[in-house]
Ligand binder design. Structure first.
Ligand SMILES: [Zn+2]
Ligand SMILES: [Zn+2]
Length: 120
């Protein structure tokens, strides 16, 4: 009888060892990525890709200047950060202003170039 109990214990030990090795397997990191929801745009994103606790990389970049994800879209989602391309109204507004500012800068640069051309 004692032998049987010992055998069971060994089986239980090895099986628990195997399962702990399975969860620590690094070859499949996608299963360990925790998905969060962005407070600003409502899109889902991988927690590990954003430096903000509750913002996707895109919103963290627009609102706070953090490094943005180099988005690579596949089937409507970024395969790197899981962002789905959603923009909140506020983010849209900020981006519009950026474009305007960029256009203004370019126009002023062109004006300067024209002026210097005339002088020459
Ligand atoms: Zn967002
Ligand atoms: Zn991305």
């Amino acid at each position: 009888m004692e032998d049987k109990i010992l055998k069971y214990e060994i089986i239980a030990e090895t099986s628990s060892l195997n399962s702990s090795i399975g969860t620590n397997d690094v070859s499949n990191p996608s299963s360990e990525k925790s998905i969060r929801t962005c407070d600003e745009c409502g899109s889902k994103y991988y927690e590990s890709t954003s430096q903000m606790a509750s913002l996707c990389p895109e919103c963290a970049y627009v609102l706070y200047g953090y490094d943005n994800c180099d988005h690579t879209f596949l089937n409507g989602r970024c395969i790197k950060c899981f962002w789905d391309g959603t923009h909140s109204k506020y983010i849209k507004k900020i981006k519009k202003e950026w474009k305007k500012a960029l256009k203004k800068e370019r126009k002023e640069e062109l004006k300067k170039e024209r002026k210097s051309e005339k002088k020459n």
